[in-house]
Design a protein around this ligand. Structure first.
Ligand code: SAH
Ligand code: SF4
Ligand code: F3S
Length: 472
């Protein structure tokens, strides 16, 4: 697939920052700063994009709120991966009528994957007059200019450029946390799994340069972040579009060399491109977490082929075996789609079998959702919603049972965790993660946040572990 790498120059981003200064003069007129609310749906990629939107908003002089009735500017960053995600967005955008009635100058922007689909942008235009600004993922970089147009021209603005996407450096960012950080290493997807909308709304695969990524990782470590998650729809194809020789495993190795105590995680790995070199590198690099999210989607070869996943159940299982041979303590999680068009009960049973064999630490299961414009949307689909629900429930209870059993194995053991925040509960007031990414609730002083400590696990359930810090 011919793809011409297009970059947005740093000068263009500086121009957008100048527009932020102009907007600041327009909106920072009262005693208090104007307030912005950014509401994010979807995956970590969207979370990372929202941090950039907040970066621009902060440069415009905005403070932040979670209350739509308080907000002067609302940005809803949307997801299109399943119908349910879109319905939630539309429901919540519709509700903004109330806050806008109370605050007529309120500006409502809807951005992200959902509106990059033409029919959805149209729907917003037609049926949601509350929305002032619509922009897709390829137009995020010039959000300030779009917002200025809304503010000065007092009319609705739409920007959903049809393109393969850009590589953009130097956008301001306002990160959500102080312990964990997202680091995008690439954008877009070339895989065109037949059920999936992502390649249509996020454009082609394009990698950031390794030196840019390493520099950002270095900044994060210097700023005190302890848990860095490298993001991409398929991190295993990192670098394939670049002229340099660096692949994903090499990139991990380069980040691992940065001095300091921190963890490297990543998502998502496509099984077809996960290599033995990657597993070897993960095992060797002491900062790389022994955690692998390896979505299998189905355990049946006909279904996998119809999904265009480019591996068989046997090949997938072999990769899991190799990964575990290098890292016996590896935590493995997966995504599964139940009820792909044409999936029979027998074919579904192959998925159950595969899950029994792998014994995932956790599984994310979804009922197939038809996406307009994808090949699977045209495939015959005989199974009823009820049949799919029965399959889904069966898989979910099997998955929950295995997760609970795996978690029970931690009981009585002492594990190293990174304390990452508070829970708001009294008994177990802190949350933390093991090296493999399992959630551990514990009781302790808030000064432990951001520290690696040893915890003795006392109890567990399907979703989490519970423990006490070990006195040093
Ligand atoms: N790039 C990642 C996944 C991104 S989408 C990967 O390839 O693994 C996250 C998950 O949503 C997918 O793994 C899949 O299980 C699920 N998903 C994607 N499209 C879907 C659809 N049309 N219906 C139901 N689930 C879907
Ligand atoms: Fe979607 Fe497949 Fe790309 Fe993942 S790899 S984003 S499931 S097309
Ligand atoms: Fe959703 Fe877009 Fe992510 S469709 S899952 S927010 S890439």
């Amino acid at each position: 697939m011919a793809y011409e790498r297009k970059e947005i120059s740093i000068e263009k981003i500086r121009e957008q920052e100048a527009v932020c200064a102009e907007i600041r003069k327009l909106i920072c007129v009262g005693e208090k700063p104007p307030l912005a609310m950014v509401d994010t749906y979807g995956c970590q990629q969207n979370e990372a994009d929202s941090e950039k939107i907040r970066g621009y908003l902060a440069e415009m002089g905005c403070g932040f709120t979670q209350d739509e009735f308080e907000a002067d500017i609302i940005v809803v960053n949307t997801c299109a991966v399943r119908e349910h995600a879109e319905m939630r967005v539309l429901g919540n955008v519709g509700q903004l009528n109330h806050s806008k009635k109370a605050k007529p100058n309120q500006i409502v922007a809807v951005c992200g994957c959902m509106v990059q689909q033409e029919h959805m942008a149209e729907k917003i235009k037609r049926s949601y007059p509350v929305v002032d600004l619509v922009f897709g993922p390829h137009d995020l970089w010039h959000f300030p200019e779009l917002l200025l147009r809304v503010l000065t021209k007092k009319k609705r603005v739409y920007a959903t450029e049809r393109c393969d996407g850009y590589v953009i450096e130097g956008m301001p960012q306002r990160r959500d946390g102080t312990v964990k950080a997202w680091l995008s290493i690439m954008y877009g997807c070339n895989n065109f799994c037949t059920y999936c909308i992502v390649p249509y709304v996020r454009g082609r695969e394009r990698s950031r340069l390794p030196e840019e990524i390493v520099a950002e990782a270095r900044e994060l470590v210097a700023a005190g972040y302890k848990d860095i998650t490298l993001l991409g729809q398929n991190v295993n194809s990192y670098g394939k579009d670049l002229d340099c020789e660096v692949d994903f495993a090499d990139l991990i190795e380069m980040i691992n060399e940065i001095e300091g105590e921190f963890l490297i995680r990543f998502m998502t790995s496509h099984p077809k491109d996960a290599t033995e070199k990657l597993f070897k590198t993960m095992a060797r690099c002491e900062k790389c977490a022994h955690q692998l999210h390896l979505p299998v989607q189905s355990g049946n070869n006909r279904v996998l082929d119809a999904m265009n996943r480019n591996y068989t159940a046997e090949k997938y299982l072999k990769k899991v075996e190799i990964a575990r041979s290098y890292m016996p303590d590896l935590v493995i999680t997966t995504d599964i789609i139940v009820g792909f068009p044409g999936e029979t009960d027998e074919e579904f049973e192959d998925t159950v079998k595969l899950c029994d064999t792998v014994r995932y630490d956790a599984m994310f299961t979804f009922i197939y959702s038809k996406r307009v414009g994808t090949p699977a949307a045209k495939m015959p689909d005989a199974a009823t919603r009820e049949q799919k629900q029965v399959r889904f429930d069966k898989l979910l209870s099997a998955a929950n049972k295995v997760s609970a059993e795996k978690h029970a194995e931690y009981e009585g053991k002492t594990v190293r965790v990174l304390v990452d925040g508070t829970t708001g509960k009294e008994e177990y007031n802190l949350s933390s993660r093991t090296n493999g990414g399992r959630l551990v609730h514990l009781h302790g002083d808030e000064s432990l946040i951001g520290k690696f400590i040893d915890v003795k696990i006392s109890s567990s359930n399907t979703w989490a572990l519970y423990g006490e810090p070990v006195k040093e």
